[in-house]
Every structure is written in C-alpha cells, then in structure tokens.
Design a protein around this ligand. Sequence first.
Ligand code: HEM
Length: 446
Amino acid sequence: MASSSFMTILTLAFLMLMRTTNAQLSTKFYSSSCPKLFSTVKSTVRSAIQKETRMGASLLRLHFHDCFVNGCDGSLLLDDTSSFTGEKNAVPNKNSARGFNVVDKIKSAVENACPGVVSCADILAIAARDSVTILGGPSWDVKLGRRDTRTASQAAANNSIPPPTRNLNQLVSTFNALGLSTRDLVALSGSHTIGQARCTTFRPRIYKETNLDSSLAQTRQSNCPRTSGSGDNNLAPLDLKSPTSFDNSYFKNLIQNKGLLHSDQQLFNGGSTDSIVRAYSNSYNTFSSDFAKAMIKMGDIKPLTGSNGEIRKNFLTIIWTTHKIEQDPIQQGKQGAPYSGPGYTTRPTWTDPLPKESNCPKTYGSGNNNLAPLDLQSPTVFDNHYYKTLIKNKGLLQSDEQLFDGGSTNATVRAYSKSYDTFSSDCESHDQDGRYQTPHWISWGD
Ligand code: HEM
C-alpha cells in the first residue's frame, strides 16, 4: 500500500516536472532542429533595415504588441477569419503596426531552411532582438520554444496594449499585471529611442500640455495640425535626436521635457520613475543591460509550449496570390485517392482528372519532389486563371479547392474568375506590408 502511494506521488512529481520543463523556454530550443535559424533571421532583418532603417523599430514593436495580448503567441500575425476578428485591425495596430511583409519573408526563409519547425512567435522575438542589435543596441540570448496560437482577439488587443494617453500609475499597473516591474517599464519604454509616431498619437500633447519644451512643441505643430482628421498620419520621430540609433538619448530628451508622447513624459514628471530615467540618461550601459533583461522578461509572458498551440506554417495573405506563379511538389495521389504526404489531408474526388497525375506516383516517398504547376494553364503569368480552375474543380491543392467548395468564399472566387481587374485591384489594396488599406482612420490619442 505504502509503496503504491509512493509510486503515485513519484508519478505525479514526474508529470509536474514534465509540465514545468515543457513550459520553459530555452535559448537552445532549435539548436539541433534548425541550426541555421539565427543566421537566416538576421540576414533577412538586416536587408530589410538596409532598405528602410525604420523597419527595425517596427519589428521591435511587433514583438511587444504580440506579447502584451494574451502572451507571446504569434496572435498579432493572424488575419481575420470567419470565427474571429484578429488583432491587426485593433486600434493600436490599425494603420500603425507595420513590418508584416518582412515577417512573412523571414518566415518563408526559415521554412525553407527547416520546414514546420519554428513558430511565428519565436520569429518575432528573434527579429526584435536582431533589430535592436543592428541599430546599435544590446544583444541578448533569446529564449525560444513558443508555439503559435490558433486564435486571436481584437477586443483583447484593444484592451491590453497601453494607449499613449496613460498616466504613470496606469502604465505601472499595466506592466506589473504582466509580471514586469516599474524598472522594466522604464527600460522597455527606451524602445522609443527609435521609430516614428503619427500625429494623432501626440496631437493632444503638443497643443495642450505644459510639460513640453516650447520649441519642440512648435516644431511638431508645424507638421501636425490642431484639428483632428487633418494630417493625422504625419510622422515625427519619437527620439528627436537620433531616431535610427538605439542609444539612450530618449532618456536625455525626457529630462529636457522633450518626450513626444504623453506616456513618455510621464516617466519623468516628478514621480517615482524620475530617478530611473536619470540613471539611464547618465549611463547607456545601465540602460542597455536593463533593456536586454526586460526584453527577456517580456518574451516570457504566457508562452504556449509543449503540445499547446501549433507551429504555424505561413500567413494567409501570401498564399493565394503566390499560387498563381509558383510550383510546388505535388502531393496528391490518383483521382480520388487520399493525399499521402505528412500534413496533407484527403483531397476530395476530382470531378476532372488532373493532367499531371502521371508524374506523381501513388506511393508516398516515390517522386515526392516531382513538380506540377499550381495553375495548370498559365503558371508563369500573373492572371486570374487560378480562379477559373477552381470553378472547374481543378485546384491542385486541397487548400486551393477549399476556396470553391460551397462555402463563403465561392462568391469571391467567382468574381475573381470573371474579372481580372477585380482580382488585381484587390491585391493592390494591400499596402506594402500586406495589410488591407482601409479608407477610414480610427484615431488613438485624440
Ligand atoms: C509604455 C507603454 C507604451 C506606449 C503607451 C506606447 C505607445 C506607442 C505609440 C503611440 C507609438 C506610435 C504609433 C503610431 O503612431 O503609429 C509607438 C511606437 C513605437 N513603440 Fe511604443 N509604446 C509603449 C511601449 C513600448 C514598448 C514596451 C516597446 C518595445 C518593447 C515599444 C516600441 C515601440 C517602437 C519601436 C515604436 C516605433 C515603431 C515604428 O516606427 O514603426 N513601445 N509606441
């Protein structure tokens, strides 16, 4: 009896240990499964920053906006679906969060190097670190092993990401609630030593607040009209001195009442954080070492690990258009036969045999890498033939044909199949980051 209780306790202890182990992130998580991960991410981040220096700031902010909403789980990257409205269009992100196209590029480079292994949430964490380092800031060992969520919530994004109108005590409690200290708040706010803000986020400060250097107020007013709705998206650097260098001049600005956002200046406004701001303004090393530690803590917020979540392969925004011009290994068997490759589900019976089945043997493992065009008629032309094939049940992949399978997307497929112009103009309505351009603005701060 005693020995069976002992065994039960031992088993429970073992299971608890397993849970804890699963829940822990590790800097070596992918060292054998994806040895080239760090170099792959860094080279893509570096070339994005070479093209546009601000991109480093934008990538850093994506990791913050991911982690603050239900943990670092890649939720920010999900597009809206029929079952949830995602975070990209939440007030703090809409017309503001950027860099999604770069994350797509990193993800596809990583998928090339090690398919199906690395989560999007981890990619955001590494890209944030690399951005800071490339712009002259500190480096740190990024903890990895996060998995991606299958869902997202616009409401959670609206509620969890602090707006720039917050006062010090509100900022402190938002950060404390996520396990981040007041010192972490000040250190992480030092991210505003790089990047830009839109007029709508600092308008109330430059017209109404008195703890702002008057010449800076004047300069900013010249490009940010008083009336809401006019010039809302005009940009100004968060750090007026060196917005593309990761240094400590953000804190030097605060001491001179030159913080751009209300929330920035709250950190040096006669309150409990004044001394931390002073310390960081006097010593870049103190700031940078605290910043690195705080980033690691932020990256630890509620990760999905073990068997929770998934390793998301890609982002919907890029799949369908690339299918117009790429070729993939064909994975389907003969007419009506199930897919045989890993990760592929049964392809419904073809109403019309696909022309290339002769080049894809039924047995999995044989001819796996033989190619077939995704668009059987004009695979090298960017036209709307892909949609015409779907209507004839000639989509090559199961996921292709899902778009015309009696569901809510049938009408869109029909419209695109009838009009190349509709299809191509809908492609163009994505901006450079792959987000839909929407004509209306929701202001955040006015
Ligand atoms: C303390 C609370 C914070 C508030 C209220 C805040 C607010 C803002 C606002 C309003 C903007 C300008 C957005 C726009 O105009 O489109 C911004 C930009 C930025 N934020 Fe924060 N932020 C905070 C904390 C953080 C943290 C913790 C990080 C990173 C760890 C961060 C990184 C950035 C970066 C890098 C930019 C510039 C992005 C770009 O140029 O694309 N912020 N933030």
